[in-house]
Design a protein around this ligand. Structure first.
Ligand code: FRU
Length: 501
């Protein structure tokens, strides 16, 4: 994958220096984007201009949800990484702020996390003004080009003004590389170990997760590795996240998210998860089969908002809505990529088999502009931004969004599989892997209800309040004007949604 990224970056440099510049590839940030460009998401966050990938450093502080993200402010393809920054007070409306972290002599700023160091354990703030601390990966492009193995290290930066300005820690890096090429994406949280608070870091190390611990965020000690034989290994492991959730019968369980690229169930990038126990040093599990967070092709590198502080105890997640198979070439100008909808994570199932559900956060109901009861087989869509709530009544059901230009996207249950077919959804030939039929195994799951969000360039399908999820990008050239329904109850709900921009 990094080869693909480097080729994309080299191509940008080539186009800039050879004066064959395609203007849209090199625009710098317009002071105001009207967010009306073709395919521009209307209720998902996307930067005003240029490239984004993974969400980073999500932390809730003083009434604001912070969202940082992998950002390249000089181009619409991947390149030297910065941390872009946006904030929201409701997880629905986003305000883009200036870039938070820029590359320095130690390297580009890859993915990572952020916490409030409330007790000032790091000494980077004061007890009265505790620091927000960002922990990220330095990627040294010179070391990488020279063929070294130790070009990824972990660094930290801190802010004493609600994330508005950041200072890099003078003693960086705080975690040196032991000679392993892929050594990145630190996710830090706080937990009690033997009655004492500890900082725990989960780190993606090639194809395992390593755990480190610290008292002060500055000195880190290696604890253990996790890489069970049955997990998905077709690609490099990235962007881990470790957090506790309570089961429906009241037990505390630990969830470990591990993104992998390539090797996803429908090709390219995807996120697997493991449910088990963490004792402060070691993660253990009885799980012995892969579980996937999302069976669509376009939810990658997602992680949760920090547990310190947390707004109201909910575990909130957001992903990058793309896939490294084609992320650099999706047909958008001005900007490239967006986040998924924010989702609340919870556990479902029966002991000892637990699964992760991700449902759209309740705040998204604010988007509803008008709501309609719908029945019949053919529903006209008067508007482009749609949320549908449907209850299937037949064993196999089918739903098709389409328009008179012949563009369509199909969602169908066929036997024990949920199928999302975007082969004729609009612009599809920018990459041979894009026009595809994505499948999710339903196993024992009985589909009771579906919630579907359609934005200008995406569809997100939530079965049974998020027990199974599919997220796919779509690039229709014309909006879908009708939806055909087969196998659903007579009463369903349609909501037209408003733009957040
Ligand atoms: C995941 C990823 C991370 C890395 C970042 C670089 O998409 O490859 O592992 O930190 O993107 O932009």
């Amino acid at each position: 994958k990094h080869l693909v990224k480097y080729i994309a970056f080299a191509w940008t440099l080539f186009s800039v220096f050879s004066c064959q510049t395609n203007h849209s590839e090199t625009v710098s940030e317009p002071s105001e984007s009207n967010y009306q460009e073709p395919h521009r998401p209307q209720y998902h966050f996307s930067p005003k201009a240029n490239w984004m990938n993974d969400p980073n450093g999500m932390v809730y502080f003083d009434g604001e949800y912070h969202l940082f993200y992998q950002y390249y402010p000089d181009s619409t393809v991947w390149g030297p990484m910065h941390w872009g920054h946006a904030i929201s007070t409701d997880l629905v409306h986003w305000e883009q702020l200036p870039v938070a972290l820029e590359p320095d002599e130690l390297g580009w700023i890859f993915s990572g996390s952020a916490v409030l160091d409330a007790e000032n354990t790091s000494g980077l703030g004061t007890k009265d003004n505790p620091p927000l601390v960002a922990i990220y990966t330095y990627h040294d492009p010179v070391g990488a080009d020279a063929g070294r193995d130790d070009f990824q290290t972990q660094g930290i930066a801190f802010s004493l003004d609600k994330g508005r300005t950041w200072e890099k820690y003078k003693g960086n890096p705080v975690l040196d590389n032991p000679g392993i090429q892929d050594f990145r994406d630190p996710k830090v949280s706080k937990m009690q170990v033997s009655g004492q608070d500890k900082w725990i870091m989960s780190l993606a190390v090639k194809d395992k997760i390593s755990f480190y611990s610290s008292d002060d965020l500055l000195q880190w000690e290696y604890e253990s590795d996790f890489n069970p034989p049955w997990a998905a290994y077709g690609g490099v492991w990235e962007c881990p996240d470790l957090f506790p959730l309570t089961t429906p019968d009241g037990q505390e369980k630990w969830v470990l998210l591990v993104s992998i690229n390539p090797g996803g169930p429908n090709g390219g990038s995807a996120t697997q998860y493991v449910i088990g126990d963490f004792d402060g040093q070691t993660f253990s599990t009885d799980q012995n089969e892969i579980q996937w967070l999302d069976y669509g092709a376009d939810n990658y590198a997602g992680v949760t908002w920090s547990n310190i502080p947390t707004s109201d105890g909910r575990k909130l997640f957001i992903g990058w809505m793309s896939n490294w198979l084609y992320a650099n070439v999706v047909p958008t100008d001005v900007w490239r990529s967006a986040t998924t909808l924010p989702r609340e994570l919870s556990l479902w199932g029966k002991s000892p088999e637990w699964h992760l559900a991700s449902r759209p956060v309740k705040e998204l109901q604010k988007l509803r502009k008008s709501s309609h009861d719908i029945s019949g087989d053919t529903i006209s869509l008067e508007e482009e931004l749609v949320e549908l709530e449907l209850s299937p009544v037949e064993e196999d059901f089918r739903l098709v969004f389409h328009n008179s230009e012949g563009e369509q996207v199909i969602l169908a249950k066929e036997d024990d599989t949920l199928l999302l077919d975007r082969t004729q959804s609009g612009l599809v030939d920018f990459n041979e892997r894009f026009p595809a039929r994505h499948q999710a195994p339903l196993g024992e799951l009985t589909v009771q209800n579906l919630r579907i969000y359609l934005d200008r360039s995406s569809i997100e399908v939530f079965i049974n309040d998020g027990e199974l999820v599919m997220t796919d990008l779509l690039f229709p050239e014309h909006r879908y004007t009708q939806v055909e329904l087969k196998g659903f109850a007579d009463e369903n709900r349609l909501h037209y949604l408003q733009s957040i921009w």
